[in-house]
Design a protein around this ligand. Structure first.
Ligand SMILES: *[C@@H]1O[C@H](CO)[C@@H](O)[C@H](O)[C@H]1NC(C)=O
Ligand SMILES: *[C@@H]1O[C@H](CO)[C@@H](O)[C@H](O)[C@H]1NC(C)=O
Length: 198
């Protein structure tokens, strides 16, 4: 099975490392970050949609939020659309911001989808940046293009053979119907000729 179990987001995991020396009673922004791989099937050379959601559960807006995902090395992935490093100037209290990136795996095999890192200022006057780690989609299996083709191609030859085999089942009733129809028309014609002669 190639279905990618880990896409279903288990939970919003937040690991906030408090580097700042702020007192805890000061109102602070607090971000929960999720990273999701939205494709069920991961195929070499095919687009994969990755979605990031940042949710501010704190009591003040988060400032200068920088999302960085270094989990897709250049030698294994191409970025098709979007940016793996992005900045949001401000995320209000209770708001969610989402960001999507389309990537394309260049190779196949097992791959660990790791967490992204978010850096932000938890209040206007905080000096040290706050860190949040996103949820981790986990291990996935990227199937090769050849394998995908073998399993999911339309199997045209198979369908053709099937059509040939089922032909008698379709043709036989038609022939029988046609024969009986001709017979009936013949009788009808003979009757009509008889009537016109009389
Ligand atoms: C943000 O996302 C959380 C969790 O998914 C949800 O509970 C909340 O209602 C969302 N807030 C907004 C404003 O959409
Ligand atoms: C992926 O990560 C898990 C846990 O960190 C590890 O056990 C596993 O071996 C890793 N797999 C690969 C292919 O790197």
């Amino acid at each position: 099975m190639y279905s990618f179990k880990s896409i279903v987001l288990i939970a919003l995991i937040c690991t906030s490392l408090c580097i700042s020396s702020q007192s805890s009673d000061e109102p602070q922004a607090r971000l929960l970050v999720s990273k999701q791989v939205l494709n069920k099937l991961l195929v070499q050379d095919s687009d994969i949609l990755v979605k990031y959601t940042i949710y501010n559960v704190g009591s003040v807006p988060a400032i200068n939020v920088i999302l960085q995902d270094s989990g897709f090395p250049d030698e294994a992935f191409a970025t098709v659309k979007g940016n793996l490093n992005i900045q949001f100037t401000r995320i209000p209290v209770g708001a969610n911001v989402t960001h999507a990136v389309v990537i394309k795996p260049l190779t196949y095999g097992r791959f660990n989808f790791s967490a992204a890192v978010v850096q932000y200022k938890s209040s206007e006057n905080s000096v040290e940046p706050q860190l949040a780690i996103s949820s981790e989609p986990g291990e996935g299996y990227i199937i090769s293009y050849a394998e995908y083709d073998k399993k999911f191609s339309p199997h045209l030859l198979d369908w053709f053979a099937f059509a040939i085999m089922s032909l008698p089942a379709v043709v036989a009733p038609f022939v029988m119907w046609w024969i009986s129809k001709s017979k009936y028309e013949l009788i009808l014609k003979q009757k009509r000729e008889k009537v016109s002669k009389d």
